[in-house]
Design a protein around this ligand. Sequence first.
Ligand code: NDP
Length: 288
Amino acid sequence: MAAEIIDGKKVAADIKEKLKKEIEDLKSKGITPGLAVVLVGENPASKKYVANKEKTCESLGIKSLGHKLPESTTQEELLKLIDDLNADPSVHGILVQLPLPKHLNEKEVMHRIAPEKDVDGFGPDSLGRLVLDEPGFIPCTPHGAIKMLEAYGIDPKGKNAVVVGRSIIVGKPLALLLLRKHATVTICHSRTANLKEECLKADILCVAVGKAKMITGDMVKEGAAVIDIGINVTPEGKLVGDVDFEAAKERAGYITPVPGGAGPMTIAMLMYNTVLAAKMKAGMTLDF
Ligand code: NDP
């Protein structure tokens, strides 16, 4: 039987609807959540992502403060901007669109963002809290993956979860979140000896590599929930994930499409973190 398709667009829309109410409530208290979006250079994919994020902010009532800097921006200039945004009370969240141009030190920039404004969740404070199971900003893409599982009633507790990819942005935090939800977690990467064997053990298979169709149908366990985070463009210009969707959906129980799965969730969870930042500053919490 073919898998149930996990509709990331729909789950994202439901989350944004809830956030809208939270934002209205904040506004009634005189607080408008503000997100500073910093873009350096002319990377076309980055420009598109930033435009999407700004558009979503607008649609929800979050103030989006765009800072578009030229490719020639120096490390000192960028750090000065981060310092100014850290000090600006109308800015609740700071997002620096990655990747930065090669001459800039990405790590130093990410570490400079004030922990209470780190809505991407890539800073040491946020990641430390994730490891410690303390409340804080959760990186958006892995958080979105967990929310999709939740929305479809897939409880990781006691299940075998396999995460393919170990980046700080996706794989590692996702593995920690699945562990927090009591899954037995295996992390695979480029040196994993037998990827197929590992994947076939997965009741929940999450893939974040960046290689089209690297997960073939025969690597998916019957009935598994497959979360495909990869974004790849085929030579024909088609957007695809890391999983061979057509083959995998014949074996999986649930599967996310690309596009329409992890992508929309990532933006929704960025909005979530921005609202969380504004609420935390006002001494409140976000309860979903
Ligand atoms: P990275 O390049 O940082 O990490 C890729 C990971 O894949 C690494 O851990 C690497 O292992 C592993 N890997 C590479 N080749 C293999 C292989 N043959 N077998 C097993 N593992 C392998 O990528 P990101 O985590 O940043 O992104 C991954 C994908 O997710 C990309 O396609 C990206 O575009 C997409 N993405 C999508 C988002 C969304 O909103 N939907 C958001 C963020 C990312 P090793 O560590 O050993 O090198």
